[in-house]
Structure formats: structure tokens, C-alpha cells
Design a protein around this ligand. Structure first.
Ligand code: HEM
Length: 392
């Protein structure tokens, strides 16, 4: 019986298993709870190869859309399809996410960051995820898309279920239906009153130029909303956990802000917010790292495992805040490489700069507490990060 990745013991600390799999059987079948069997790729070089191999496709049935309207609306986005659809869909939004366009958001992201930091309670425990790591990226992606951020608690709940995998199997249909209905309402409101935002731009591309279908439009908004916040929450949360759990690291970053860019890359590597890339399916038998995966098999590329591979990273098991070279795979690789990487990096840099400058007195509320990781294989992030701030 293959190892079960839905096992809570694996989830609480996957690193010993990943390390032993990288040594023995680095491309292996694993069990996903009751959700079936998949092949898992655990080594760095194999992961890079897998992510650029066109025989590992997203939708090898080639445009055979699911008949269920909700499923269709959730799986017609760029991350669920192959070229040429992938190329067309990604091109429609890529100009909004270039490094230059994203850099222009710096003043507004700084403003949002400052107002969140101003609201931290002093000398009493609070959850850093709720108070900071979640509201920052959600506010930014909502403003970028042009949607009201008042609804964020509702879609935080839906999105938690949708990305949570087998742990939330029973709640999935309800959350998916509610999220799709919500996006339809958003689109209807924007169609009545278009603005100068990404959502209005996408509607124009749909309605005037017919360059994407209604399902693709709904799905694009869904992907940008989910990808735009679920991951960055974890980058900020995991980074702060790594900093506050070793006081020396926190002091080093507070003393020298020039470390923030390399430290951010190290958090991405060491506690990668996306644990495994989304499923690929083999179109034919594919040999990776000496193992042949049969045709039509689901494949997961282990980004977190690849990023801990000591064949690629010296001292892979250490957090090195000024690691000089860090070609991690936290944003993926190949044609589906993260579109939002410049945005995620900018948000993280502003967040860590603000936190260290403004609240150097931050500490874990209970350093002895064991923190719980959110369920599911896709994302690696904490449910809560209880902290306190003492002045100074
Ligand atoms: C794709 C990670 C933030 C939008 C991806 C992939 C990864 C990733 C690993 C590829 C998945 C795969 O190949 O299966 C991350 C991490 C982030 C982050 C670690 C934050 C720390 C963002 C943000 C956005 C975003 C802020 C903004 C909208 C996307 C999109 C794709 C994607 C649209 C699909 C690209 C494609 O299919 O061509 N991301 N992401 N991501 N990400 Fe991100």
C-alpha cells in the first residue's frame, strides 16, 4: 500500500518522509486519502523536468469540458488548460501583472500595510494571520480586480474549502456553488457600471471582442481571487513563523532591512506556500528520474520537497536569510510559472519591512505551542499565528 499523504502525521511534519523518498523511490505512487492514487515527484531536477514536459498536461482530453456548470466555471482558467488555450488566456491578463505595472502599486500597498500595522493591539495576544497576513493580499487583489473587499470574509470561507482538498470534501459543492454565484453577481454589477479596473477590462474583452467564453471569464476571476491571496497569506505567515520562532533571525532582519529580499526567497524555499503543484496527467508513458509513469496517470510535482533537496541547495535544511543563490521552485516552472510572482514579492517585501520597522517587539504569544498547518496537499500555511507586541 503506498504512503498516504492525507495522514495527519505526514501533514504535521512531511520533511522526514520527503527526505527518505528523495533518497529512495523519488518518483513514487502515493495515496491521497480516499481520493485515489497519484504519482509524486520529489527531487529538484526531476521536478523542473516534469514542469516543462508537455506530455504532463492539464487537460489531455483537449477541450472536453465538464458537463456540470459549476465544475466548468471552476476549471476553465489558464492553470487548468494547455496551449493554445493557456497561451490565449494568460496573454489576456499578463500585461496587468508585469513587474513595472506591479511596482506602480507600491504606494497603495504601503498605505494598506501601514493601516493594518497601526491597528495592532499592544501587550495582548492576537492572530497575525487574521490581523495582517490575510487582509493585506486580499485587499490588494480586490482593488486590482475592482471588487468590493467587504465580501472578503465570505470568500475566505469558500476559498478555504475549495483549496482544502479531501479534508473538506463534503462542504466542497456548497462552497463552489456559492463562489460561482458570487462571481456572476460581481460580473453583472460591473456590466451595469464599468470602471477602470481589471474586471471591467476582462468583461470588455468578453463582450466586445469575444476573446473568451463566459465560463472562461468566471473562471479567470475565480483563479485570480484564489491564487491572489491564498498563497501570499502563507508566504507572510510562514515567514513570520520562521522569524519569530528563532529570535536571532527576527533580530537580524530588524537590524538590517537589506536582508528582506533574500530572506523572502528563503521563506519561499524553506516553507513553500504551494506544497505541490496542481495535478498534471500523462498523455503517454513518461520516464522521470529513471521511473516510468504510465499513460493517463495523475502526477503531483512536490515543490516543497524539491526546494529542500540537498542535491541542489547547500544546507537545504537550514534557514539562510542571505542565501546568495536561490533558484527555488516555489512559483512553479515552465508555462504555468506563477503570473503573480512580482505582486507576491512586492507585497512580502513591503510587509516584512513594515513589520520589522514598526513592531520589532513582536513575539510568539506562546513559543512552546505547536501550531497547526492547514489541511490539504496544495498549500502549506498555518491556520493561526498567535503573537503579542510589546512596545520597542
Ligand atoms: C500559478 C505559486 C501568488 C496568480 C502558480 C503556480 C505556483 C504559484 C506554484 C504554478 C502551479 C502549477 O504549475 O501547478 C504562488 C506563490 C505565491 C503566488 C507561492 C505567493 C507567495 C500569486 C498571486 C497571484 C497569482 C499574488 C495574483 C493574481 C497565479 C496565476 C497562476 C499561478 C494566475 C497560473 C499561471 C498559469 O497557469 O499560467 N502560482 N503564487 N499567484 N499564480 Fe501564483
Amino acid at each position: 500500500m503506498p504512503d498516504n499523504l492525507a495522514d495527519p502525521a505526514f501533514h504535521a511534519d512531511p520533511f522526514p518522509a520527503y527526505a527518505s523518498w528523495r533518497r529512495e523511490g523519488p518518483v513514487r505512487e502515493v495515496q491521497l486519502g480516499s481520493g485515489g492514487i497519484a504519482w509524486l515527484v520529489t527531487r529538484y531536477e526531476d521536478a523542473r523536468q516534469a514542469l516543462t514536459d508537455p506530455r504532463l498536461a492539464k487537460n489531455p482530453r483537449g477541450g472536453n469540458l465538464p458537463s456540470d456548470p459549476i465544475q466548468r466555471a471552476l476549471s476553465s482558467h489558464m492553470l487548468a488548460v494547455d496551449p493554445p488555450d493557456h497561451t490565449r488566456l494568460r496573454r489576456l491578463v499578463s500585461t496587468a501583472f508585469t513587474a513595472r505595472r506591479i511596482e506602480a502599486l507600491r504606494p497603495r500597498i504601503t498605505e494598506i500595510t501601514t493601516s493594518l500595522l497601526d491597528a495592532f493591539p499592544i501587550n495582548q495576544p492576537f492572530d497575525l494571520i487574521d490581523a495582517f497576513a490575510f487582509p493585506l493580499p486580499i485587499q490588494v487583489i480586490c482593488e486590482l480586480l475592482g471588487i468590493p473587499s467587504d465580501d472578503r470574509d465570505a470568500f475566505r470561507a469558500w476559498s478555504n474549502v475549495i483549496v482544502g482538498g479531501v479534508a473538506y470534501q463534503d462542504e466542497f459543492p456548497g462552497a463552489a456553488t456559492a463562489m460561482v454565484a458570487y462571481i456572476h453577481e460581481l460580473l453583472a454589477a460591473r456590466r451595469r457600471a464599468p470602471g477602470d479596473d481589471l474586471l471591467s477590462g476582462l468583461i470588455a474583452v468578453r463582450d466586445s471582442e469575444d476573446r473568451l467564453t463566459e465560463d472562461e471569464l468566471v473562471s479567470m476571476v475565480f483563479l485570480l481571487l484564489i491564487a491572489g491571496h491564498e498563497t501570499t497569506v502563507n508566504l507572510i505567515g510562514n515567514g513570520m513563523y520562521l522569524l519569530l520562532s528563532e529570535r536571532e533571525r527576527w533580530k537580524a532582519l530588524c537590524a538590517d532591512a537589506s536582508l528582506i529580499p533574500t530572506a523572502t526567497e528563503e521563506f519561499l524555499r524553506y516553507e513553500s506556500p504551494v506544497e505541490t503543484a496542481t495535478f498534471r496527467i500523462t498523455t503517454e508513458p513518461v520516464t522521470i528520474g529513471g521511473t516510468t509513469i504510465p499513460a493517463h496517470a495523475p502526477v503531483l510535482v512536490g515543490l516543497l520537497s524539491a526546494n529542500r533537496d540537498d542535491a541542489r541547495f547547500p544546507d537545504a535544511g537550514e534557514v539562510v536569510l542571505d542565501r546568495p543563490q536561490n533558484p527555488h521552485l516555489a512559483f512553479g516552472h515552465g508555462i504555468h510559472y506563477c503570473l503573480g510572482a512580482p505582486l507576491a514579492r512586492l507585497e512580502a517585501h513591503i510587509a516584512f519591512a513594515g513589520l520589522t520597522r514598526r513592531h520589532s517587539g513582536l513575539r510568539l504569544a506562546d513559543p512552546a505551542a505547536t501550531l497547526a498547518w492547514r489541511p490539504g496537499l496544495l498549500l502549506r500555511g498555518l491556520f493561526t499565528l498567535p503573537v503579542t507586541v510589546t512596545p520597542g
